[in-house]
Design a protein around this ligand. Structure first.
Ligand code: FSX
Ligand code: SF4
Ligand code: F3S
Length: 354
């Protein structure tokens, strides 16, 4: 076993100032959804804990997950990669290639058994010949590398659920990581791709608390997947008022009305887009005028069509029937708005009571 430097020591060696180190810890605290008062705990963890070795395997995918990961702003990707983890194997980011990088993977497995994190991007084909790396099938590489891992993180909807390769008619018989790995903690971080800060936030949680974050029944971290897009959507007031875009180029769309009738899957999609947003908090699909296509949900490619209205909103979570309401602008009567508002208030009372 090799001696490893603490995250703080590594940062200092890179010339990071104490002030910037503390700023990184504060950003991490916020990203993980912790209260400001827990910053000390994060600082202490980063001062004492060593960098965690990471092996990142990539199978049937589009590389969007790696692309998203390198765009993290809070914390910055370089802080994660250079200070917090030591990324020993990645098809996209490793400087080494060929036999050299395969040897690096084996070295981590030998030197840090039970200590490294395995990140997986992409689905695994049913037949080995569809995806091999360095002469080894995706399935064998996954089983071999997972055997010594502390935990597995599935980045993206492909490794979490099967994703695009598993969409009908699933020509490669693609499966998710959890269909193969049953004896390790597996943290699902779905999204096509996932939000960069969610990806880094999951690793940061691991480092801070030395344990996997609290997961929901699917294995997703509750901190990032506990709300539906619909719960925090910036267009939600229009939904509650019954104001909908009926097509992408009508007056309602121009006004920024709710996109439910043009196919928004926000009411059935669990992800942090509406709270954390993308590209450093700039925007997210709905804010940019596109309905949520449910990219973090299981089988989302087959749950479409993307731009057709959901049959119904599940679980009694709507206050009215959008079929009957929703004629935008002049069509909405004051009485109609009053009814919706009252219905919303009654529903809220009932929810509060429950
Ligand atoms: Fe899948 Fe990742 Fe979608 Fe792509 O690699 S989750 S196809 S964005 O990026 O695995
Ligand atoms: Fe937002 Fe979509 Fe819900 Fe409308 S249906 S409020 S656009 S999440
Ligand atoms: Fe995906 Fe919907 Fe977010 S499409 S990126 S989960 S808003």
């Amino acid at each position: 076993m090799q001696e490893r430097k603490s995250i703080y020591e590594t940062a200092m060696e890179r010339g990071i100032s104490r002030r910037n180190f503390l700023k990184m810890c504060t950003a991490l605290t916020a990203t993980m959804g912790l209260s400001y008062t827990q910053t000390n705990q994060v600082v202490q963890a980063m001062e004492t804990k060593p960098r965690v070795p990471v092996i990142w395997l990539q199978f049937q995918d589009c590389t969007g997950c790696s692309e998203s990961f390198i765009r993290s702003t809070h914390p910055k990707t370089e802080s994660v990669l250079l200070d917090m983890v030591s990324l020993e194997y990645s098809e996209v980011l490793s400087a080494a290639s060929g036999h050299q990088v395969e040897a690096a993977r084996k070295a981590v497995m030998e030197n840090y058994p039970g200590e490294y994190i395995l990140c997986v991007e992409g689905s695994i084909p049913g037949e080995d010949y569809f995806c091999t790396v360095g002469g080894q099938s995706a399935r064998d590489a996954l089983i071999e590398t997972a055997s010594g891992a502390l935990a597995v993180i599935t980045y993206g909807s492909c490794s979490s659920w099967g994703g695009i390769a598993a969409a009908y008619p699933n020509p490669t018989n693609a499966v998710a990581v959890t269909d193969i790995i049953k004896d390790k903690p597996v943290i699902l971080v779905p999204g096509c791709p996932p939000i960069a800060e969610v990806m880094t936030g999951v690793i940061a949680h691991f480092l801070t608390f030395g344990a996997i974050p609290e997961l929901d029944h699917f294995g997703r971290p509750k901190a990032f997947y506990r709300h539906r897009i619909h719960d925090k959507c910036n267009r939600r007031a229009y939904f509650d008022a019954g104001l909908f875009a009926e097509s992408f180029d009508d007056e309602g769309a121009k006004q920024g009305y709710c996109l439910y009738k043009v196919g928004c899957k926000g009411p059935t999609t669990y992800n942090s887009c509406a709270e954390m947003r993308w590209n450093g908090g700039v925007s997210y699909p709905i804010q940019s005028g596109n309905p949520c296509i449910g990219c973090s949900e299981k089988n989302f490619w087959d749950n479409g069509p993307f731009f057709e209205r959901l049959a119904e909103i599940p679980g009694g979570q709507t206050t009215f029937n959008p079929e009957k309401f929703g004629v935008y602008a002049a069509g909405v009567t004051a009485a109609g708005v009053a009814i919706h508002a009252a219905a919303t208030a009654v529903k809220k009372k009932m929810d509060d009571k429950q």
